[in-house]
Design a protein around this ligand. Structure first.
Ligand code: MTE
Length: 456
């Protein structure tokens, strides 16, 4: 019997292996543990189940990646690659094996394509999100790329088209950036309560902050030589997405100005080969993905295979037709509407979780706040209300402030028997506040209204 669309009870969840296990492991790999695994069908989830699971799973110590593998510096990167890239494959396979056990921490919305998000209390344990707690958003298959034969091409409005192996990429100067990636559909399940929309019903966990390392897009473009008419940079992945009876690769593009906007150690766009000092995992785009700080996740194309410099935005479905803010989504409206690029100001409460039983008195509330993807704009303050917005208490920003990165926050707030919900809102350094409510849109993108968490 198919489990699609079912809401699982807790006891069923405890024993179920819903993600194909092991997805990346050699046949003789021993399964390290069996943790409860969550799955939701499209549009289905159950707050009580979710809360139960969160408390049952508990709070295991976050994996310290730096203690597992030393940072991928330029020397290491080149050394791995000079061994015919086999070193990189080996490291990646091991790393995937180590991570697979922890995939059980993710709330799996669908397995094929793989779409999963972490439990909110896990998410705010550290400013840098461990890879195993990082959301996965894929529209098609998860390619298993052979690092040996991998090539990346740079073509279009350039003087000298490039075809690069991983070894060639390793010869560019390495750069790193910490940046938050968030899906434009983050919090869609809340948006669907206004009026249902199709698509993965993300809760508030389609977001994560990682340390990325790789090569600046601007360096590649300089090497290829830009023609004067160049205005946009297209990206294409190696995956196969099926939509409307057609099969095509996921793609997108960014304006050339963004590609060249390397400011204060924050690259406009990075071709990342490492995430949190480890080679990328297959789910996150091994061997090379784009990371476009400040832009919605859809522009950070995974399993990158092709870069095209053009005088117009990419015609790829994921920028020409979707990832647009439209009311009804008629063909005319879609044609007349530009693509979404920047991520919006947002915030969410991560603890306590929905349905929590709070004793009257002081309660610690924690969560994240995301600045908008506007250069130079940061989070000014975060406020929490326990009385339906009549009064607000300012939270303490507990983590680093860094361009295009989320900030974690916490606050102690008084609750009583009349407290029915907790609410959070963020205000950015320009004085712009998260809206109390947002206008409904046909695809459920960019939901950034005040976050309400019902409590008992
Ligand atoms: N790149 C490819 N090739 N295929 C995809 O489906 N999904 C995009 C982007 N890059 C996608 C992709 C979307 S919508 C998001 S939000 C991010 O990848 C998610 O990245 P993650 O899975 O590493 O969290």
């Amino acid at each position: 019997m198919s489990n699609r669309g079912r809401v699982f009870g807790f006891s069923e969840l405890a024993g179920i292996d819903v993600v194909k296990w092991p997805r990346f492991l050699p046949a003789n790999f021993e399964k390290p543990n069996t943790r409860p695994l969550m799955q939701t069908g499209p549009g289905h989830y159950d707050d009580a189940v979710f809360t139960n699971l969160a408390s049952r799973i508990g709070s295991p110590a976050a994996v310290n990646h730096s203690s597992l593998v030393s940072p991928l510096d330029r020397r290491l990167f080149l050394r791995q690659l000079s061994a015919g890239a086999l070193g990189l494959i080996g490291v990646s396979a091991c790393h995937n094996a180590a991570l697979a056990a922890d995939e059980s921490r993710l709330l799996v919305h669908s397995k094929a394509p793989m779409n999963a998000e972490p439990l909110l209390p896990e998410l705010v344990k550290s400013w840098v999100t461990p890879v195993e707690s990082f959301f996965i958003r894929s529209h098609g298959n998860t390619p298993q790329v052979n690092a040996d034969s991998y090539r990346l091409t740079v073509e279009g409005l350039v003087d000298a088209p490039l075809s690069l192996s991983l070894t060639d990429l390793g010869r560019f100067e390495p750069h790193g950036v910490t940046a938050t990636l968030t899906c434009a559909g983050n919090r869609r399940s809340e948006h669907s309560r206004l009026k249902p929309v199709k698509g993965v019903q993300w809760r508030e966990g389609a977001i994560g902050n990682a340390k990325w390392r790789g090569v600046r897009l601007s360096d590649l473009l300089k090497k290829a030589g830009l023609r004067e008419s160049a205005k946009h940079v297209w990206f294409e992945g190696l995956d196969a997405v099926e939509d409307g009876g057609k099969t095509f690769a996921f793609g997108g593009s960014i304006p050339l100005e963004k590609a060249l906007l390397d400011r204060d150690a924050v690259p406009g766009a990075l071709l990342a080969t490492a995430m949190n000092d480890q080679p990328l995992t297959a789910d996150h785009g091994f061997p090379v993905r784009m990371v476009v700080p400040g832009y919605i996740g859809a522009r950070s194309v995974k399993w990158l295979s092709k870069i095209v410099v053009s005088d117009r935005p990419s015609p790829n479905h994921f920028i020409a037709d979707v990832y647009k803010l439209v009311d009804e989504g008629t063909l005319l409206e879609v044609a007349e509407t530009g693509p979404i690029y920047r991520m919006p100001l947002n915030s969410a409460i991560c603890t306590p979780t929905a349905g929590a039983a709070l004793k009257p008195g002081r309660v610690e509330v924690t969560g994240y706040a995301l600045p908008p993807g506007v250069p130079g704009v940061s989070i000014r303050k975060v406020e929490v209300s326990a009385d339906s917005g009549r009064s607000w208490t300012e939270a303490k920003l507990t983590s680093t402030a860094s361009e295009f990165c989320w900030q974690l926050w916490s606050v102690e707030i008084s609750v009583n028997s009349a407290t029915k919900e907790l609410i959070v809102r963020a205000i950015d350094s320009r004085g712009d506040a998260q809206p109390e409510a947002v206008r409904w849109n046909a695809k459920g993108y960019l939901f950034n209204a005040w976050h309400h968490v019902p409590v008992n």
